[in-house]
Design a protein around this ligand. Structure first.
Ligand SMILES: Cc1cc2nc3c(=O)[nH]c(=O)nc-3n(C[C@H](O)[C@H](O)[C@H](O)COP(=O)(O)O)c2cc1C
Length: 189
């Protein structure tokens, strides 16, 4: 795994997605595993740390998440923006995207969902909070974060330190049509 990863206190976990980065949602169930891009995720509670992510019902990700009751959220750095777009533009139902794209992953520390080894600056594991009525009506899934880690070059002491010294480690934000903006140019107030 990224040797710069350090555990993140769970009461700081929501800060990892507070600024709306495009994320990779990872799943595993039985012999199958998968990942997809998601631009729509957000924190919804600090303690316990809970997040929401939109996962279209028709995706293979939704199928594996429902079957396993858990998801991983990995936050890609700008270095792998093209990979994020690729895994968000194909379904893993018929092939293993990790193999197809040469993506190395290892099990997360608590639930064992895939955490990417390279190119990501933070990863979380979440246990799904099942909401049958909401699931019928919407594609929004809620999860309680049970583990988190982040690259200490850009996240430490519970805070992001966005810097133009590491453009490849900046989070990416989807503008549509495969275009992303990096988080940078911090404004201090
Ligand atoms: C940049 C980007 C952002 C995306 N954001 C979302 C999202 O927030 N929610 C969603 O359901 N699909 C989103 N998608 C589409 C899924 O990633 C896509 O349907 C994917 O192919 C599903 O793969 P799967 O069937 O292997 O799970 C996004 C795609 C891209 C490229």
């Amino acid at each position: 795994m990224n040797p710069h990863f350090r555990p993140v206190a769970l009461d700081h976990a929501s800060r990892l997605i507070n600024h709306g980065p495009t994320v990779l949602v990872t799943t595993a169930h039985g012999a199958r595993r998968n990942l997809m891009a998601a631009a729509w995720s957000m924190p919804v509670e600090f303690t316990p740390p809970r997040i929401a992510v939109v996962i279209d019902k028709h995706t293979f990700t939704a199928e594996l998440a429902a079957a396993s009751g858990m998801i991983g959220i990995c936050i890609p750095g700008a270095a792998i923006a093209a990979l994020v777009h690729a895994v968000g533009s194909e379904s893993g139902r018929d092939h293993d995207k990790f193999e197809r794209h040469g993506i190395a992953a290892r099990p997360g520390p608590v639930l064992g969902v895939p955490w990417l080894e390279d190119g990501c600056i933070a990863c979380l594991e979440g246990r799904l909070l099942r909401e049958p009525h909401a699931e019928d009506a919407y594609d929004t899934w809620f999860a309680e974060v049970v583990a988190a880690a982040a690259d200490d070059r850009v996240f430490s002491g519970g805070r992001w330190s966005v810097s133009d010294d590491h453009p490849e480690l900046q989070t990416i934000h989807h503008l549509g049509g495969g275009l992303f903006a990096r988080a940078g140019n911090v404004i201090r107030t």
